[in-house]
Design a protein around this ligand. Sequence first.
Ligand SMILES: Cc1cc2nc3c(=O)[nH]c(=O)nc-3n(C[C@H](O)[C@H](O)[C@H](O)COP(=O)(O)OP(=O)(O)OC[C@H]3O[C@@H](n4cnc5c(N)ncnc54)[C@H](O)[C@@H]3O)c2cc1C
Length: 151
Amino acid sequence: MFVKEMSREECQSVVAAADLARLACCKEGQPYIVPINYALLGNCLYCFSMPGQKIDWMRSNPKVALQIGEFASNRQWKSVVVRGRYRELAQTEGRCDERIHAWSLLEKRPNWWEPGGLTPVPREISGASAHVFFCVEIDEMTGRAACPGEL
Ligand SMILES: Cc1cc2nc3c(=O)[nH]c(=O)nc-3n(C[C@H](O)[C@H](O)[C@H](O)COP(=O)(O)OP(=O)(O)OC[C@H]3O[C@@H](n4cnc5c(N)ncnc54)[C@H](O)[C@@H]3O)c2cc1C
């Protein structure tokens, strides 16, 4: 087995083929990481969430990292690390287009809203639109792939 660096194009194709990432954010020096679904379009990863810890933390510090991978075996895998910035998709009048677009991308996956919408203890919803659409604008991507055989 050998491990190689992946090109930007190879990273892009792993991120485009997958829809699940580990999203890491950080507040006051404390990292926090959760699995999350996304849809890639252009240079953005679009996501859906209810309010909670990760949204609070990303609002206070928009710098995030995501890990996305393909795992066939210990000797055959691809792993991409994305660094980027959290940007919430505003719901203000006249600026709803990107939100609707994110929705249309995410809803291609059956039951797309469930992992982000359900919590162990039902939340008190104060308004009709508590849910959050956001995107991560990609600043940098690196990838490594393990391949069988020798270099
Ligand atoms: C396959 C998969 C796909 C998912 N897709 C999405 C998605 O698209 N959008 C989305 O918002 N969420 C998704 N989730 C759920 C997500 O991982 C979080 O559990 C959820 O979003 C709540 O995060 P929060 O920061 O709002 O936590 P809160 O509800 O605010 O809870 C706070 C505390 O609960 C604990 N906690 C929260 N989530 C987890 C967890 N996953 N594992 C262990 N402990 C946890 C932590 O200790 C945290 O401090 C997905 C989960 C899985 C497994």
